[in-house]
Design a protein around this ligand. Structure first.
Ligand code: FMN
Length: 184
């Protein structure tokens, strides 16, 4: 049976490198019979977590009323989450990080059970050719996956990509993203 896959992207460049990697991943996942929903955090209004500790105190996971309201039903429904981000200053983009921080509502033992997510992947692209620079961001993802009890199904690092269209000349990277989607 196909899985519900949430594709959460963090680049403000529509049609850019991580966006096209996400589309390749979606193509592979759909080909394998999975359902995918793409949520582009950079085109949503999602504030950072306030750390107020009022998670689930009202009718929503979070007291902040913004576009996280569109995201949390997907978190509660999707068995797989796939993150796509450009590397910004050695970390993930602020747009994705803001959404990620709001997952805090689900870190409590009971509230974690509300999440359907069991598996995750992370695809990261950047300018630097040296993938060692990507490792701190990849480690944060792996630590989060372990903490949340998600099975890490793969990290893909697409290095040496600066211009928005750079990925167009990198069919091998696109094929890897597609294969990752198909492998789930
Ligand atoms: C604010 C900002 C910070 C960046 N920091 C890094 C960095 O630390 N290391 C790196 O390799 N590339 C860095 N880059 C380059 C992007 O990661 C690269 O252009 C990437 O391919 C953009 O992906 P996108 O087309 O999906 O937006 C940075 C770009 C911006 C705009």
């Amino acid at each position: 049976m196909g899985k519900d896959i949430l594709v959460l992207t963090g680049s403000p460049r529509k049609g850019g490198n991580s966006d096209k990697l996400a589309d390749a991943f979606i193509k592979g996942a759909n080909h394998s019979g999975h359902d995918t929903v793409k949520f582009e955090a950079a085109f949503k209004n999602i504030q950072g977590c306030k750390g107020c500790g009022l998670c689930f105190s009202g009718s929503h996971p979070c007291v902040i009323r913004d576009d996280f309201d569109e995201l949390y039903p997907l978190l509660e429904r999707s068995g797989v989450i796939a993150f796509f981000s450009p590397l910004y200053w050695g970390g993930i983009s602020a747009q994705l990080k803001a959404a990620w921080d709001r997952f805090h509502a689900y870190t409590g033992r009971e509230n974690r059970k509300r999440l359907a997510i069991r598996e995750s992947v992370y695809v990261l692209c950047g300018h630097n050719d040296n993938t060692a620079q990507y490792e701190p961001a990849a480690k944060i993802y792996r630590d989060i996956a372990a903490y949340m009890g998600w099975q890490d199904r793969g990290v893909l690092l697409a290095a040496g990509l600066l211009d928005k269209t750079g990925i167009d000349g990198r069919p091998a990277e696109l094929a890897k993203a597609e294969a990752l989607g198909a492998s789930l």
